[in-house]
Design a binder for this molecule. Structure first.
Ligand SMILES: [Mn+2]
Length: 359
């Protein structure tokens, strides 16, 4: 495994490459061209410039999060062919620059959903939180407004203003799309792009839906073990793989995270590891990474990665806002650095124990 940190790029991120380089054990970043829109082709020149900037700091690009999938592809609209062709061109350009990992999601209209971006915890830190009750009382357009008020001046991934302007049209696109149809559209997309992935050895890694159930009546499919295994079999190519995000699959307490990691052996190409604290099954907040601060057993999660021979990038996921840092909610430096150090510590202990047992 390689420990990495997500970085949004100069001009977008409050965290610098120099700071990331100083987190012990972090050798790579997971980054993106943050000012590109879904459906746009990423030019080779811009990818190379990003790569050179990262490498000049002593780090490297361990993967892209995300190359976003255009809504027409997800909804299966007639314009999808052109957008799939653009996506393939972007993959080709990434491949030519030696980038081998692309994270994406297939959530209709909304990306991840939280109902609070700064819930106060008893220790004075603030975290992202979710209650189903709040979503049930909100209309989708108000959701955009309340999220955008609270971004600390930043634009959060998946909540870009351009995207917000077209909520109603986007909902209309999914009128006839149920879960089966969404699976079919995803299969169609993956089958089209697999030849490019094969040529350049690019691992596609689908991020789970967050929360792992339907919101606002929209279909969601990347939510549990049964569905993700179905997707792996549907397009049975090792380049069709998974971003295992413990905090997203973990929103549904029925998901047994270590068991899922073991079941997906060989198909996990990227991992987001974080903890959640549940107050009820539909009311949770993002805790510190430490097991005792939340609901998940982080040792068992890391052990499952170790025991399945996982060798891809891991990144700590959303952190708490601590020590008066002002940053994009979930993406400050301090708590994610603590998360990286903690996860590295767990890994070292698991690895040394395993090697000693082997004698
Ligand atoms: Mn995630």
């Amino acid at each position: 495994m390689e420990m990495t940190l997500r970085w949004y790029g100069s001009g977008f991120d409050t965290v610098t490459l120099k700071q990331i380089r100083q987190i012990p054990g972090v050798t790579g970043v997971i980054t993106t061209l943050y000012d590109t829109k879904p459906g746009e082709v990423w030019s080779r020149e811009r990818i190379r410039a990003l790569k050179e900037e990262v490498e000049a700091s002593g780090l490297h690009i361990a993967g892209i999060e995300s190359v976003n999938v255009h809504e027409a592809i997800k909804a299966g609209a007639s314009e999808r062919e052109a957008y799939i062709a653009n996506y393939m061109e972007t993959l080709e350009n990434l491949g030519k620059e030696g980038i081998r990992l692309v994270c994406y999601n297939f959530m209709p209209v909304f990306d991840w959903t939280r109902t609070e971006l700064a819930r106060m915890r008893p220790d004075g830190s603030s975290v992202l939180a979710y209650t189903q009750e709040a979503v049930d009382h909100l209309d989708p357009e108000k959701m955009f407004a309340s999220i955008s008020c609270d971004m600390n001046g930043s634009i959060m991934p998946g909540w870009e203003p351009e995207r917000m302007e077209h909520v109603k049209e986007q909902f209309a696109m999914y009128r006839n799309v149920d879960e089966e149809k969404l699976f079919e559209n995803l299969r169609y997309f993956l089958e089209k792009i697999m030849p490019v992935c094969d040529r350049y050895q690019i691992n596609m890694a689908i991020h789970p839906d967050d929360p792992a159930w339907s919101v606002f009546g929209l279909p969601r499919i990347i939510t549990n073990k049964k569905n993700i295994l179905r997707l792996m079999q549907m397009v049975d190519n090792p380049h069709n793989g998974v971003t295992f995000c413990s905090g997203s699959y973990g929103t549904n307490l029925d998901n047994d995270l270590p068991d899922m990691i073991r079941s997906l052996k060989g198909r996990i190409h990227f991992a987001h590891v974080r903890n959640l604290k549940f107050h009820s099954p539909t009311n949770f907040e993002e805790a510190a990474h430490l097991s005792s601060d939340g609901t998940f057993d982080m040792y068992e999660i890391m052990k499952a990665f170790y025991e399945t021979g996982y060798d891809g990038p891991i990144r700590p996921d959303h952190g708490r806002m601590i020590w008066d840092e002002i940053a994009m909610p979930g993406y400050g430096l301090y708590d994610r650095a603590l998360g990286a150090a903690y996860l590295n510590g767990l890994w070292e202990a698991i690895e040394k124990n395993a090697k000693r047992r082997q004698g």
